[in-house]
Design a protein around this ligand. Structure first.
Ligand code: NI
Length: 174
């Protein structure tokens, strides 16, 4: 499984709805659950591995707060997600496995509601905030062919142009 890099056409396409949750899809999701932390990411969308379908995984490891309390992580797939009811605004630094080496602050809604299908085919919904809301919005953008760098102010994009073009020229995969 190779992660597609900036400049790869599949990253600019609008992905198609998932119509069937079969063995093939489940295997792909398992492979993505593995690949995501391996590549030091916390989210991975299907187009990033060359599959133009509407789903992404979120893999956030358990962590500890300052008092040593365990903060439970998450390992979840969102199939055919639909985002709604955004609330608030906040800036957070984002990176992307498909845009290696570039980290920038992006403004997005702070809280978001998501309706999605899980691996069993059940339609669920949830309200997410903080890091999860951020990852979900970033990954959901991938399903519409949108990369986080395109959400940056124009001037910032101009400044990144050389590095982005270099990625495009290199198009080296992990
Ligand atoms: Ni990304």
């Amino acid at each position: 499984m190779e992660i597609r890099i900036y400049g790869d056409e599949v990253l600019n396409q609008r992905a198609e709805e998932v119509t069937q949750i079969d063995v093939e899809l489940k295997e792909l999701i398992d492979a993505m659950y593995q690949k995501c932390p391996e590549a030091n990411g916390i989210g991975l969308a299907a187009p990033q591995v060359g599959v133009s379908k509407r789903f992404f995984v979120v893999v956030v490891p358990d962590s500890e707060d300052d008092d040593g309390n365990v903060i439970k992580g998450t390992k979840q797939v969102f199939i055919n997600p639909a985002l709604s009811n955004p609330e608030g605004k906040c800036k957070m630094e984002e990176g992307c496995l498909s845009v290696p080496g570039i980290w920038e602050y992006v403004e997005r809604p702070e809280i978001i509601e998501v309706e999605y299908t899980d691996i069993e085919g059940k339609r669920l919904s949830g309200r997410f905030e903080g890091l999860l809301a951020r990852v979900i919005q970033h990954e959901n953008d991938h399903l519409d062919g949108i990369l986080f760098v395109s959400k940056l102010p124009r001037l910032k994009q101009e400044l990144l142009k050389k590095r982005l073009n270099a990625l495009k020229a290199r198009k080296r995969n992990y």
